[in-house]
Design a protein. Structure first.
Length: 560
């Protein structure tokens, strides 16, 4: 890896070298979009930075951002960095209680409020007296706006710089277990990751820097999108970032962008698949993909219907990807690969090389990453994106590293003879049944999630004679369950799924009962994190009073 150029320096360089190159395309409502060049973005950032400094922003002050993805999310981050601050991005779906926790814990000096869906419920979480600025497209009124500030404020002069050891971001984890933790990331760490991603892109393109297009829609408050989209674009200088307008326009937004690079999470990859299968029976599509004469054209047609026909590199992260789902996309002609990383290494750990794809594996360590397995199978990582620690939690920080500086991921895995990693579970999720043997729920959940009727699954059963599973049915199926024939068909299919899954499990892992959840899990009801991972402890607590009845039920499938 060549010497690291810090992200703020890279942004200054790109704006000077190609000021008129498009950096962002932002929907502004009514089907209209606004194009923003590098020069325009950096000019607005300089003006907002001057305003922040004029307010007396202290060096290293934490400035929070509560906003859906937009061009001005990234421009505001640049402004905070220029002004000497550290950003604290908050998930736009966060509850008022969690919003207040993060703002208070981070000791935020100011809050940028951007495009949101639930501001009416969230605003109670903003501490009284905290200064706020409304980004373009924000739902708030009565506070100073980005447009007014940049119009009246001259740009910050010179070339503001930051040090490699200064904090750039506090990344609050999405909280699948317990209270969110503030992960401290320095300019050096995020810049090393961004540069590594740029070098990988250049290598794939034969050493030639050419424009790539991405659609930014996964939450920028999460490190996966922040590293692989925002920071890689700022470091490379040739990526054109498009943004979505709304969930309803998502496919149109994709078709506008026609991304060449596209990343997502398993839950959304599954939803894209379900949208395709709602229009074409799975058996018919499988037959056409199995025929060499029709496989290519049909695959291209399906990908075009999703807006993914121009994608050259596709990746999945944030959670395990079911092997069957990954294989389905690759049969369409999309070279989708799985990866593995964490907030604590700024989403830079493992990915699958093009010449070593194996279903069920998440790849090899990326350049600069060192990894090994502990005696109990825990994955230990040293990454160029290694965090500086957990904010205000020195004890937890110390516990999270080995004596020689490897981060304890909490994930369990194994490497094959090609050096490819397979995830086998998470240490804290292991539970022991009454038989006295441990069960890892994630691999079993992945098998259940692969079924087209299942949207999400949870496996539990600590202290029980055998594990149980709770599944949320596919959203397209749920409205039809009032029909007795449909319900009987679903129950029969789920009983078959249970038998199929159990046939491949060790005796102590076999599920005694499969339960259909009464209502879907969502961010709103607290059962999913903002990155769509299940909140295991929350769901288990919700169903605790019903579990005895499930085990006593006569059938293998129970309706909650």
């Amino acid at each position: 890896m060549t010497p690291t150029r810090l992200l703020l320096d890279a942004a200054h360089d790109h704006a000077a070298a190609h000021p008129d190159r498009l950096l962002f395309t932002q929907p502004v409502g009514g089907g209209r979009v606004a194009d923003i060049t590098w020069a325009q973005a950096l000019d607005e950032a300089r003006r907002m930075a001057a305003h922040l400094q004029g307010r007396g922003l202290a060096p290293g002050a934490r400035v929070a951002m509560l906003a859906k993805n937009s061009a001005h999310f990234i421009i505001a981050e640049l402004a905070v960095w220029m002004a000497g601050g550290c950003t604290v991005a908050i998930f736009p779906t966060e509850t008022a209680a969690n919003l207040r926790y993060v703002l208070t814990h981070a000791e935020a000096s100011l809050l940028f409020i951007g495009k949101l869906d639930d501001w009416a419920q969230q605003q109670a979480g903003v501490p009284p007296g905290l200064p706020c600025i409304a980004l373009p497209l924000a739902p708030v009124s009565g506070i100073d706006t980005w447009e007014a500030i940049v119009e009246r404020t001259p740009p910050l002069a010179g070339r503001p710089v930051r040090g490699a050891d200064e904090l750039a971001m506090l990344l609050y984890t999405s909280g699948s277990t317990g209270q969110p933790k503030g992960v401290m990331q320095t300019f050096g760490a995020i810049s090393r990751v961004a540069q590594a991603l740029v070098e990988d892109s250049l290598a794939r393109d034969g050493g030639v820097a050419r424009e790539h297009r991405v659609l930014s829609y996964l939450p920028l408050a999460h490190c996966f999108e922040r590293a692989w989209v925002e920071c890689a674009a700022l470091a490379g200088g040739w990526t054109h970032i498009y943004f979505g307008d709304s969930l309803a326009t998502f496919v149109d937004d994709l078709k506008r962008a026609r991304p060449t690079i596209f990343i997502s999470v398993p839950r959304l990859w599954a939803k894209f698949q379900q949208a395709v299968l709602a229009r074409m029976p799975a058996a018919q599509l499988d037959a056409m993909l199995a025929d060499p004469a029709t496989a290519g054209p049909v695959g291209k047609q399906v990908l075009a219907s999703l807006g993914l026909d121009a994608v050259e590199r596709a990746g999945s992260g944030s959670a395990p990807m079911p092997a069957a789902l990954l294989d389905w996309y690759r049969r369409l002609g999309l070279d989708l690969v799985d990866g593995y990383a964490m907030t604590e290494d700024f989403a830079y750990s493992h990915t699958t090389p093009a010449d070593a794809f194996v279903l069920g594996r998440v790849g090899r360590p990326l350049p600069g990453v060192q990894s090994r397995l502990d005696v109990d199978g825990e994955i230990l990582i040293k990454s160029p994106g290694q965090m500086a620690g957990y904010y205000k939690q020195p004890g937890l920080t110390a516990e999270s590293f080995t004596e020689d500086g490897y981060f304890r991921t909490g994930d369990l895995g194994e490497y094959d003879d090609q050096g490819l990693l397979k995830l086998t579970g998470r240490k804290k999720e292991l539970f022991k049944t009454a038989k006295g043997k441990y069960v890892a729920p994630a691999p079993i959940e992945n098998r259940l999630n692969a079924h087209p009727m299942v949207e999400l699954a949870l496996v539990s059963g600590s202290g029980r004679p055998a594990p149980y599973a709770v599944v949320v049915l596919d959203e397209a199926l749920r409205p039809r369950l009032g029909d007795a024939a449909v319900r009987a068909e679903v129950e029969s299919a789920l009983a078959g799924l249970l038998a199929q899954v159990n046939a491949d499990l060790a005796s102590h892992e076999r599920l005694q009962v499969l339960v259909v959840a009464r209502e879907p899990w969502s961010i709103g009801n607290g059962c999913l994190t903002p990155t769509l991972k299940i909140k295991r402890s929350r769901i288990e607590a919700t169903v605790a009073d019903a579990v005895d009845g499930w085990y006593a039920a006569p059938g293998p499938v129970v309706w909650a």
